[in-house]
Ligand binder design. Structure first.
Ligand code: SAH
Length: 217
């Protein structure tokens, strides 16, 4: 990797393990990605704390615990023989930190962001880290990314009031969608596709910025 990762990233991974993150690959990715590059310089000293931070445009870089937890849920083993998720869709690129974690763990990442300036910054950061397995789109995440579908996994890092139908339809058979749903009260939900059936499981209460409908910024 072109940029050195400070030891504080490894300490953050240790902290997340104590907080209940079990997947060793996820913890390793947290220890390898320099989160300070994903926030403004004035906030860099807080980058390895387990907190969400502002990234401009009224948006936030998610709390590391929730990044790790959602990634762990995507990787949870399924009872399908030979199931190895490769292609992942992320909605809400934001700073690009969650994207970078995904890029270390899956072979192909597609990510959609509605605010162009955030998308540009994220693109530069991923290039700086030599992560080249990411396709980016400036668009409305409610619609997913139809021309790249189907996806083995979909992760949404902003909260819609209801699950967008397009995202369920863009899941591969056996695929998994991890998404916060709700407005004031939000819950992290996992959908799994089995043919035309979708099973769902609520995991824990969460707090995300809203998944804004329509209009691009
Ligand atoms: N994973 C990001 C989270 C950023 S916050 C990180 O850790 O940095 C959520 C992001 O979702 C914001 O950047 C916001 O602009 C974006 N977003 C909100 N509504 C959206 C929509 N309809 N389509 C695409 N992106 C959206």
């Amino acid at each position: 990797m072109a940029v050195a990762t400070p030891r504080s990233a490894a300490l953050l991974a240790q902290k997340l393990q104590q907080d209940g993150i079990r997947n060793a690959k996820v913890l390793d990715a947290i220890a390898q990605i320099p989160r300070h590059l994903f926030v403004e310089l004035v906030l860099a000293h807080k980058a390895y704390e387990n907190t969400a931070l502002p990234i401009g445009q009224g948006q936030t870089i998610s709390q590391p615990y929730i990044v790790a937890r959602m990634t762990e849920l995507l990787l949870e083993p399924l009872d399908i023989e030979g199931w190895k998720p490769q292609k992942v869709l992320e909605i809400g690129t934001g700073s690009g930190y969650q994207t970078a974690i995904l890029a270390r763990l899956f072979s192909q990442i597609c990510t959609v962001e509605r605010i162009k300036t955030l998308q540009f910054q994220a693109k530069r950061r991923l290039q700086q880290l030599d992560l080249h397995n990411v396709s980016m789109k400036h668009g409305d995440g409610w619609l997913g990314w139809a021309t790249k579908a189907p996806f083995d996994c979909i992760i949404v890092t902003a909260a819609p009031t209801q699950v967008p139908e397009a995202l369920l339809q863009q899941l591969a058979d056996g695929g998994r969608l991890v998404i916060p749903v709700g407005s004031q009260e939000q819950v992290l939900r996992v959908y799994t596709r089995n043919g035309e059936e979708f099973s769902q499981k609520d995991v824990e209460a969460v707090r995300f910025v809203p998944l804004v409908p329509g209009e691009l910024a």
